[in-house]
Design a protein around this ligand. Structure first.
Ligand code: ADP
Ligand code: XUL
Length: 541
């Protein structure tokens, strides 16, 4: 039997999952999670984000991620499992976040001393104490500059898989270079969250995988290497500061002496880490084209595997590298779980009451655009929900309108992927909520399934670790074989769409699209459309 560890350093928490594989025997044997806010209160984060002075700025602490890793490896060591069987480890991390390291970094990471905690030994290695994360939307100016300097939006989208996005690492690096030129010059290495944590585990300077590198506006999708034009367009001297890009299956090294001596762990292989969405692709079993997953984590995302990169030049979505060596299409929505939580807290509900509100309230002819925070899709820089045809609605109607809006915006903005969505694999924290998933089924007109393991990013990381080990032993072991028995939707959780409701949502979605266009000053007043739908609903009784 072999054990494989997958870690997921997400926005709000760090999760570890260990899977055991012996031939056809496959089990999840360990699962543990720690919340940054609760387990590491001295960093003073809220939902994993440092105190925010400017609503457009969102940062977190790389030291906190490192300390969480140390705490979690201690928990793994005490799991009671026979860890001599731990063959390999991989990880998943929130995408786009960047870590800026100074000249002391390489020596420090190579020489970690098991007699003292990790954090004390890397405290002095940051050229920037705070890491900008995916929720940051402060780089509109830098996006425009990078776009112009790299030959325009179309060129950037075709070469890197995405037009310039505020949270993408390239524009973030450019902002740091402009605002803090001296610390930028003192930066010898810019890691992503994923490659930073892989470096700490392996005691080396780890590469970035193509899945996470494609969230930077810096990688050439076709060659899966840095695109020099984009690198030059971003900041001077950047090329030397970037790690190498290596396939997701790369063995970065072995668990460094620090982890072996401090926690009695074996010299397990460390496999390159990737982003949470590429890892979730594996953890939801999407190793073939044709189905999509919806992840309801801190962000809501829609994604699916693509054999060939069908880039969205309309500028909504992204094409990333997939861990299988293929590609994946993805659209990301910022106002996901935290918007649902905000509504839940506003009306003093728990999740059971939130679900009850959904179950007892039919959709109505009104629209809320759920932009409580600056939104990624569509791009909305100025926070604030916009309401159409809705005044003084009670708690239940507000909850219903919010979840309807979240599902409609996902359905509308994932059309560019060109997939007929008839089945959805649901994952992320809020996928535990079947009332939300029923709305998803009704809006998309698709059958929705849940998974036994709700943290598909951590599971995907564990399965990526297993894949690297199994293919090294038997080159015929493919992805289908690796995900079998783990990342399969549970038939008993099937949620079928209600055809009548879906019919209504199809009409409401047209109104929603018109409201969105109006709010973004791209379309006329949608009131006549609302009025027409109201009439039709009244006539239908
Ligand atoms: P991330 O990986 O981005 O840190 P998770 O996938 O762990 O996030 O999801 C965390 C979120 O799940 C929480 O912010 C919470 O709002 C949401 N959540 C947890 N349980 C429920 C539930 N029963 N219904 C709706 N949302 C839930
Ligand atoms: C994807 C994105 C988020 C983060 C955090 O592009 O920004 O999904 O990966 O989960």
């Amino acid at each position: 039997m072999s054990l494989y560890l997958g870690l997921d350093s997400s926005t709000q928490s760090l999760t570890a999952i260990i899977v055991a594989i012996e031939g056809d025997e496959r089990h999840v044997v360990f699962e543990s999670s720690l919340s940054f806010d609760e387990a590491l209160p001295h960093y003073a984060t809220t939902h994993g984000v440092l105190p925010r002075r400017d609503p457009l700025v969102a940062t977190s602490s790389p030291l906190m991620w490192a300390e969480a890793l140390d705490l979690m490896m201690a928990k793994v060591a005490k799991s009671g499992l026979d860890l001599r069987q731990l063959a390999s480890i991989s990880g998943s991390a929130q995408q786009h976040g960047s870590v800026y390291l100074n000249a002391a970094w390489l020596q420090a990471v190579r020489a970690l001393d098991a007699n003292g905690p990790l954090v004390d030994q890397i405290r002095g290695t940051f050229a920037r104490e705070e890491s900008p994360i995916w929720m940051d939307s402060s780089t509109a100016e830098e996006c425009a500059e990078v776009t112009a300097r790299a030959g325009g939006s179309d060129a950037l989208a075709r070469r890197t898989g995405s037009r310039a996005f505020e949270r993408f690492t390239g524009p973030q690096i450019r902002r740091f270079f402009k605002q803090s030129p001296a610390p930028y010059r003192a930066t010898v290495r810019v890691h992503l969250v994923s490659s930073f944590l892989a470096s700490l585990l392996s005691g080396s300077d780890a590469p970035i995988d193509p899945g996470d590198a494609s969230g930077m506006n810096l990688m050439d999708l076709a060659s899966q290497d840095w695109w020099q034009d984009a690198v030059d367009a971003t900041a001077p001297g950047l090329r030397e500061k970037l790690p190498s890009i290596k396939p997701s299956t790369t063995v970065v090294g072995t668990l460094s002496p620090y982890w072996q001596a401090r926690y009695g762990l074996p010299a397990a292989k460390v496999i390159a880490w990737s982003g949470d969405n590429p890892c979730s692709l594996i953890g939801t079993g999407l190793v073939r084209e044709g189905r999509v997953a919806v992840s309801l984590g801190t962000s809501d995302t829609v994604f699916g595997l693509m054999r060939a990169p069908r880039v969205d030049v309309t500028g909504t979505g992204h094409v990333f590298g997939a861990p299988t060596g293929d590609y994946m299409g993805l659209t990301c929505f910022l106002n996901g779980s935290l918007a649902r939580e905000r509504m839940r807290n506003q009306f003093f509900m728990d999740w059971a009451a939130f679900s009850h509100a959904l179950d007892s309230t039919p959709p109505g002819v009104h629209v809320v655009l759920p932009w409580f925070e600056p939104e990624i899709t569509p791009a909305v820089p100025l926070a604030g929900a916009r309401r159409y045809g809705m005044a003084n609605a009670g708690a239940n109607v507000e909850v219903r309108a919010l979840v309807d809006a979240q599902m409609m915006t996902m359905a509308l903005h994932s059309r560019w992927m060109g997939v007929e969505i008839d089945t959805i694999h649901a994952t992320g924290g809020a996928a535990a909520n079947r009332s939300i998933l029923q709305t998803m089924a009704n809006v998309f007109g698709a059958t929705v399934y849940q998974f036994a393991v709700s943290n598909s990013a951590a599971l995907g990381a564990a399965l990526r670790a297993a894949h690297a080990d199994l293919t090294a032993r038997d080159s015929a072991a493919g992805w289908d074989d690796v995900v079998r028995g783990f990342a399969e939707p549970m038939a008993s959780t099937r949620i079928a769409p209600d055809a009548r409701r879906h019919g209504f949502y199809r009409e409401l979605m047209q109104v929603y699209a018109a409201c969105e266009a109006h709010a973004l000053e791209k379309g006329p007043d949608p009131e006549p459309l609302l009025e027409r739908l109201r009439d039709r609903v009244a006539r239908a009784g």
